[in-house]
Ligand binder design. Structure first.
Ligand code: 13P
Ligand code: SF4
Length: 309
């Protein structure tokens, strides 16, 4: 147990009184994950939000994930511990630029990664996450020209996996994954020669080319648990370490520092703390509020994604 007991008790009590659940992304600090009702990657958390039937949903992740949960729960309260928990991918893709693309390319379908603002989702034909991006693109007729946004590394990965030529790719990037380098990965492989390499598709192609496995956060955890290897170099956010040690006890995990912070932490995800979660459940702020019109338009591509098996 790593949680400060007094705050943990307060949170459990508030969860009861508010008829609330806590959803947490794998990148959250261990003490937050310990109190979560569901821990997952962005697809699993969207699915959990869709099933939710209580009154208050406390979303421990980043803002776009909480917006997604709110679009799926328009009549319920959705709070986040820290309003500033953003995402560099969201910032790279303003809705006005997407609307301009739509105006100048009316024949294109827009496939948006879930790491976008609710306004960009509202401009999209279908959403995807890192877990289902290849499946989503393959579900679209091959002759249909596509814009994939905003992550260039995930977009290029999907293009390589699907062989899809008629796909334009937005040039956004994740500040954490895009700054992992092949040089540092090669150094790590020299240090841990028996380790298998698992990487998130937001990493550059030069890193993915050296990986034994490429997949979403939860897919990486599943791979490490199922693999015969005992040791792994994990090219993603280091919060995953907590879930990895729970799913694959006894195995060893090494994280590689990126060029952005010389670490492997998402600065946005790490803004959330146990104290802020307690306060959010207490005050019901910061609360996600969406325009009804935007939320309804964003819900259509979100539901289209959730319908793809
Ligand atoms: P996952 O869908 O793999 O959880 O990815 C979300 C994310 O923000 C990765 O940086
Ligand atoms: Fe966004 Fe990257 Fe942080 Fe994920 S790790 S929330 S993509 S900045």
């Amino acid at each position: 147990m790593v949680t400060a007991p007094a705050i943990a008790d307060e949170i459990l009590d508030l969860k009861n009184r508010r008829n609330a659940i806590v959803l947490a992304h794998h990148y959250q600090a261990p003490e937050i994950q310990e109190l979560a009702d569901v821990i997952g990657d962005s697809l699993e958390l969207a699915r959990a939000a869709r099933k939710f039937s209580g009154d208050v949903l406390a979303f421990c992740g980043v803002w776009f994930m909480a917006e997604t949960a709110k679009a799926l729960n328009p009549g319920r309260i959705v709070v986040v511990p820290d309003r500033n928990a953003g995402c560099s991918l969201v910032e790279s893709c303003p809705a006005a630029s997407v609307r301009e693309f739509r105006r100048t390319h009316p024949d294109y379908a827009i496939v948006s990664y879930i790491n976008t603002s609710i306004e960009v989702k509202a401009e999209s034909d279908i959403l995807c996450t890192s877990r289902n991006a290849v499946r989503i693109v393959n579900s679209i007729p091959p002759q249909q020209p596509l814009l994939f946004l905003p992550d260039r590394n995930l977009g290029n990965y999907v293009r390589r996996q699907t062989g899809r030529e008629n796909m334009k790719i937005w040039q956004g990037a994740c500040v954490v994954h895009d700054t992992f380098t092949a040089r540092r990965l090669v150094e790590a492989r020299m240090e841990y020669p028996h380790a298998a390499v698992a990487a998130h598709p937001e990493c550059p192609e030069s890193v993915l080319a050296l990986a034994d496995f490429v997949g979403s956060t939860s897919a990486i955890i599943e791979y490490c648990a199922a693999s015969d290897a005992r040791e792994f170099i994990v090219m993603t956010e280091s919060g995953v370490h907590y879930s990895l040690t729970r799913s694959a006890p006894g195995k060893r995990f090494h994280f590689v520092a990126n060029e952005h912070c010389n670490c492997s932490e998402c600065p946005y995800m790490k803004l959330n703390t146990l104290e802020k979660l307690r306060d959010a459940l207490d005050t019901l702020e910061p609360r996600v509020e969406l325009s009804e019109e935007i939320a309804a338009r964003a819900l259509a591509p979100l539901e289209r994604m959730l319908a793809v098996q």
